[in-house]
Design a protein around this ligand. Structure first.
Ligand code: M6R
Length: 610
């Protein structure tokens, strides 16, 4: 949530253009409001308003701003409504200090009161403003910017990162205290940002940071210091090989559609990565543990549900799945030093997951294995080991390709474990992994080609639907929940994902004539799912089916597009493919409803708050 970008450059003509170009790559982190503070000849020009980067840039001509340093911020509102005054960056008491933050200041209420009592003028209801005032406060005491930034941290409680400057000083300062921050060093310019995509348009010469560190940016270098004692730390920039164009649409109307279409290639990359030498380390971590937990949020959680079915079926391994925020109250008392928690997070920055990581590390609750997409994320640095999702940047707020990658990772790990512990025949394990390696890319492509048109047509018939269910059984339990999440998230419809045998225990009463219920099934379970379909049909509901073609299912749909038919494979591949038509359905429905699926209202891709 929220994205900050700070740049110091020798080219004083282009700061506005640079900040807009780089910070627009963070749109997925926040799009409630945007602001730029640019410093020219010792004066800060601060422009900000409600809207996306494009909208606010058009309104306030941000990209024409001049100066040799500046800070931009894209906001996802938490403290304070999305209004102009709450937009970031903020000034301190006067227009000398300027800065912006990402994260939450938990002692906002008390600290704001304290600052006001000591004469600070606070204009907004946004906690980011307090970061600037904290620096301002210590500057009054020390007259030294470096010390003021360093000391400000003792007043601010929470998980955050901020960038700050003074009109009459050439440097920009930044701190990392629990929220992500990365820096870059280019020729005659340096940058600090909440995330790598906004650094890459300027440079691939990157410095990753740890919590408790602060930076000082000049046009020629970035110096890193430990906040605790102000000691300078040695940090050599590394060359990032992340593709800078990954954050571009590549001819697709939306990132979401582009990312759905990347899935056939991702299958190859994910399996190729799992085929590599680190697999031994990951399998051993799982094998050495006596208890196993899969912890995740949102789509990553839904993929984890699918994972538990693979671990059960292929490895005979019970894996408890938990939502990040629920983990401690639900399972905290059951953990010990022999436990393994697999923390699944696309961003590797989700606060609910980092809270679990900190709990485990603090209480010696065993080992952690991250499954993550963002290289350089906090989860990557702090987990005992990590498996990369190997998807490239996922920009669209709705997760698609990362969910798909996670399902493959769990399927692969489970088959390998089952092969080693004898739960399944080695030839069965090898054959399944070969199918993931050799057949899945083409099957995925066929699924996109075949169900794309059907999903588009189906979406048109659902334009007035406001309420529906998405039901799965066995392996498709998590798939149904993921389909429902997509429809909720980008179509603003109420769609509940649940286990299909549960539907008759209450929700069935909602069904009246044409009430839509989507059933997702594998070939193995369709005999059972037909019972659940009949229960809806008998009440004149509309049943939509996702799965392989089966003659027994065909009579239950009223038209061709109500059967989102995936290509023939097998029960273990079905759950990986079945999510794709649901991604496509939600995408087309969202577009038909006039919504931008990449930037659904009220949301942010990376949730670094509690
Ligand atoms: O980065 P993470 O995987 O930890 O994110 C978890 C959720 O916030 C995320 O999956 C969210 O539910 C998606 N926007 C759903 O499409």
């Amino acid at each position: 949530m929220c994205g900050i970008t700070g740049i110091v450059t020798r080219d004083s003509d282009s700061i506005g253009e640079l900040l807009v170009r780089c910070s627009s790559k963070l749109t997925y982190r926040g799009y409630d409001s945007v602001g730029v503070a640019a410093v020219r000849n010792g004066k800060v020009d601060l422009r900000k308003d409600v809207g996306t980067v494009e909208e606010v840039n058009k309104l306030l001509r941000l990209s024409t701003m001049k100066g040799d340093r500046g800070i931009a911020q894209l906001r996802w509102a938490t403290y304070g409504a999305p209004t102009k005054v709450n937009a970031q960056p903020h000034f301190g008491c006067d227009d000398v200090f300027y800065g912006a933050h990402n994260g939450n200041i938990h002692n906002y209420v008390e600290y704001k009161k304290e600052l006001i009592e000591t004469g600070h003028i606070i204009r907004s209801e946004n906690d980011g403003e307090l970061c600037v005032h904290a620096v301002d406060k210590y500057y009054e005491e020390t007259g030294d910017m470096f010390e003021s930034v360093r000391l400000s941290i003792q007043d601010l409680k929470g998980a955050f990162a901020y960038a700050v400057g003074r009109a009459d000083e050439q440097e920009i300062y930044a701190v990392k205290m629990g929220s992500s921050l990365v820096a870059g060093v280019a020729e005659g310019a340096t940058i600090v940002s909440s995330d790598l995509p906004s650094v890459l348009p300027l440079t691939n010469n990157v410095i990753y940071l740890a919590d408790g560190e602060m930076l000082v940016l000049t046009p020629d270098d970035v110096k890193v210091y430990r906040i605790e004692d102000g000691k300078q730390l040695e940090r050599v920039p590394q060359i990032s090989n992340v593709d800078a164009h990954a954050a571009e649409k590549g001819g697709y109307p939306h990132f979401m559609l582009k990312e759905i279409n990347e899935q056939p290639h991702i299958a190859q990359d994910v399996v190729g990565n799992l085929d590599g030498p680190r697999i031994e380390e990951w399998l051993k971590l799982i094998e050495d543990a006596s208890k196993h937990y899969l912890v995740a949020c949102g789509s990553s959680y839904n993929a984890s549900i699918v994972g538990t079915y693979y671990f059960n079926r292929l490895a005979g391994l019970p894996m408890l799945h938990a939502i990040g925020g629920q983990f401690q109250p639900q399972y905290g008392m059951t953990m010990d030093e022999d436990s393994l928690s697999i923390l699944v997070s696309q961003s590797g920055e989700t606060k609910d997951i980092l809270n679990v990581l900190n709990l485990i590390k603090g209480d010696n609750y065993g080992k952690t294995l991250g499954v993550l997409n963002v290289i350089g994320s906090t989860l990557m640095f702090q987990a005992d080991s990590y498996i990369p999702m190997a998807c490239g940047y996922e920009v669209s707020v709705p997760a698609t390709k990362t969910y798909y990658s996670q399902s493959i990772i769990f399927a692969y790990l489970a088959a390998k474990l089952g092969e080693r512990n004898g739960h399944i025949d080695p030839s069965e394990a090898k054959s399944f992994i070969n199918r993931l390696r050799n057949d899945l890319p083409a099957l995925t492509q066929t699924t996109i080609d075949r169900t794309g048109i059907l999903a588009k047509n189906l979406a048109r018939t659902m334009i007035d639907v406001k309420d529906l269910y998405c039901l799965g059984y066995g392996f498709t339990d998590g798939v149904a929940k993921e389909g429902a999440l997509k429809i909720k998230e980008i179509c603003y419809n109420h769609c509940e994902g649940m286990y299909s045998s549960e539907f008759k225990h209450g929700p069935l009463s909602i069904v009246t004539k044409n009430y839509p219920v989507i059933f997702i099934t594998t070939t193995e379970d369709s005999w059972m799912v037909i019972n659940h379909i009949n229960e809806v049909k008998a009440r004149h509901g509309r049943t939509i089916v996702v799965g392989e073609f089966e003659e027994t299912l065909e009579p239950y749909v009223d038209s061709k597009h109500d059967y989102l038919e995936v290509p023939t494979s097998d029960v273990l591949i079905n759950p990986i493919l079945d999510v794709i038509p649901l991604q496509l359905l939600s995408y087309y429905l969202s577009v038909d409803l006039g919504i931008n699926p990449d930037l659904p209202r009220n949301l942010s891709k990376t949730l670094t708050v509690d």
